[in-house]
Design a protein around this ligand. Structure first.
Ligand SMILES: NC(=O)c1ccc[n+]([C@@H]2O[C@H](COP(=O)([O-])OP(=O)(O)OC[C@H]3O[C@@H](n4cnc5c(N)ncnc54)[C@H](OP(=O)(O)O)[C@@H]3O)[C@@H](O)[C@H]2O)c1
Length: 310
């Protein structure tokens, strides 16, 4: 396979997107930012060296034109509507001669949802359908390939109330599911971005595969102990049983609060006793893409510094 040199990043204007753009540039790729006409966040957040193309994500023609002369597309689109629209972007990419499409996965492994998580499967239905669609497209179109990437929880994004709400630094509280000992897959944003670089630098080994990587596995209790040690203060811990949290999520779904329900289901999926969603060595693609694991304690410390808690 010819090396990948030019990369279009779709929806790359916010947290994960700007980190991916930064790592791609550092690794020597030529990057183009694809952003919506309606985007309010885009222009100032891309570095000056990155050309920006404003397109309607639902327009096949506009996307195809924007993808011309690119080797790869990395999609970081966020909201549910934009996730479905990736099918149009995939069609456009295949027609434009794109060699690798990385869909906006970047979370739990949507190829491995345990049977219990029926509601989670429903919420993630669009993401699952997009990967199914990529599988079909790669069989139909010669030279078109894809890679999905599961990252687990973004540790430096998702611990507090903007994410999974495990730890509230302001109130010095923590909420723990079950015993708190279950380990789960977690990644820092920069590590996720380096994984994207690793995929594009190893195009043959990563073609048409759903991969999973991590910075490390960690449990809720380990996190809390580290936060307490580093901040030299105790957190008041509330415990919740996974079955109560699952029920709370179902009730939120009935009340049409999908995002809040998603958080409850995610916490059950990652942290319930016996969940089994730590990244195993057999599953891990870190070695394949040349990505060393990271140190848990220094990651927690960096997060605490950024949050002003140290
Ligand atoms: N593992 C984790 O803990 C974790 C946490 C958060 C997110 N994620 C995953 O990371 C990916 C990015 O999520 P995010 O929350 O970071 O996304 P986001 O910031 O909400 O949005 C990313 C991009 O999507 C585009 N976008 C936003 N609203 C849109 C709309 N209404 N229609 C079309 N496009 C829209 C925007 O691009 P433009 O403005 O440039 O057009 C935006 O920069 C998703 O796959 C998400 O599931 C994982």
């Amino acid at each position: 396979m010819v090396p990948i040199k030019t990369v279009a990043v779709l929806g790359g204007s916010r947290n994960l997107g700007s980190s991916i753009v930064h790592e791609l540039l550092s690794a020597g790729f030529t990057v183009t930012g694809i952003t919506r006409e309606a985007s309010t966040s885009s222009t100032p957040t891309f570095p000056d060296s990155v050309p920006i193309k404003k397109v309607d994500y639902t327009s096949f023609d506009a996307l195809k034109a924007a993808f011309r002369n690119q080797d790869a597309v990395v999609s970081v689109v966020g909201v549910a509507a934009a996730v479905v629209d990736q099918k149009i972007a995939i069609d456009a990419a295949a027609e434009a001669g794109i060699k690798r499409f990385i869909p906006s996965e970047f979370g739990i492994n949507t190829r491995k949802l345990r049977p219990l998580s029926h509601s989670l499967r429903k919420i993630l239905g669009d993401k699952i359908a997009v990967v199914n669609y990529l599988e079909e497209k790669a069989q139909e179109v010669d030279g078109f390939t894809w890679t999905g990437l599961s990252t687990g929880l973004f540790l430096d994004w998702g611990l507090d109330d903007s994410g999974l709400g495990i730890i509230n630094l302001k109130d010095k509280t923590a909420t723990v599911v079950d015993s708190g000992d279950e380990k789960f897959q977690a990644s820092n944003l920069a590590q996720v971005s380096r994984a994207v670089v690793g995929i594009l630098k190893h195009p043959e080994a990563t073609a048409n595969r759903y991969l999973a990587m991590a910075s490390f596995n960690i449990s809720q209790n380990e996190l809390i102990a580290m936060v307490e040690e580093l901040t030299k203060s105790k957190l008041a811990v509330t415990r919740v049983r996974w079955s109560d949290l699952e029920l709370a999520g179902e009730l939120k779904l009935v009340a049409e609060d999908g995002p809040a329900a998603f958080v409850d289901f995610l916490r059950v999926h990652t942290s319930a006793d016996g969940a089994g969603n730590a990244l195993s060595e057999e599953e891990s693609a870190n070695g394949l893409i040349g990505l060393p694991y990271e140190d848990v304690k220094s990651s927690v410390e960096s997060w605490l510094r950024r949050e002003g808690a140290l």
